[in-house]
Design a protein around this ligand. Structure first.
Ligand code: DC
Length: 225
């Protein structure tokens, strides 16, 4: 089983790279951030604040998350395609807040481990290399300067027609960086055995090629052994 684990802060390009790798290597892509976003969306729709742990936890029994096969990997919340709804700006902070709740994490980590055990997969998130799959064969920490990450997110939101300015996006990313790396349970951290890739001055294609290089190198060694 090939498991490629990629962690890093918001806007580092993890999901773009994850999709590219899945296509290049013919394996599955699992966007674990989308799962936290789906839980946050459900809570908001129910009028529950993502910070209200006591109210969020019972909701988990009502949530079923699944993905479509194929390259676009749509995400379904209780059968509804929420792939676009979870990308709205308000959901980003809500997902970051809800991801602090240990029961939410355990609920989603269980699913993530099951998927990783059943198929060749590239997963991206915040705790994949440190907590979800600490023994993954390939571990990467993908980052970029906070200004570059904000610029990328801003361009993405602008293209979708969002009415937002760069400074707001930058402030939100800094806020999420802090939130995601300071929570008590499974915070974002770079493990010593993860390969650090700074994508500030790299294209997505270049980053994907670096990672594919590691995978092919390992396959060559395995064949020689
Ligand atoms: O990758 P993303 O921006 O879509 O993730 C949304 C939020 O979900 C992020 O701010 C933190 C949380 N998250 C997490 O805690 N652990 C993961 N493995 C993935 C995401």
């Amino acid at each position: 089983m090939i498991n490629i684990a990629i962690d890093g802060p918001s806007g580092a390009g993890k999901s773009t790279i994850g999709k590219m790798l899945a296509a290049k290597l013919g394996i599955t892509y699992l966007d674990t951030g989308a799962m936290y976003r789906a839980v946050a969306l459900y809570a908001l729709r129910k009028g529950v604040a993502p910070t209200d742990e006591a109210a969020v936890v019972p909701l988990l029994d009502e949530i079923d998350i699944s993905f479509s096969d194929g390259e676009d990997r749509k995400i379904f919340l209780n059968g509804e395609d929420v792939s676009s709804a979870i990308r709205e700006h308000a959901i980003s902070k809500a997902a970051s807040d809800i991801s602090k709740i240990p029961q939410v994490r355990l609920f989603l980590v269980k699913m993530q481990r099951e998927i990783a055990a059943a198929s060749d997969v590239v997963l991206d998130g915040r705790d994949i290399t440190s907590y979800v799959l600490p023994d993954a064969e390939f571990k990467f920490f993908l980052t970029a300067s906070v200004e570059e990450r904000a610029r990328r997110r801003f361009e993405e939101l602008k293209q979708k027609g969002a009415d937002i300015d760069y400074d707001t996006v930058l402030a939100d990313i800094k806020d999420r960086d802090y939130n995601d790396s300071h929570r008590a349970f499974a915070p974002l951290t770079r493990t010593e055995d993860s390969v650090l890739i700074d994508s500030s001055d790299m294209t997505a294609e270049q980053v994907a090629e670096v990672i594919v290089g590691y995978v092919r190198e390992r396959a060559k060694k395995d064949n020689q052994a």
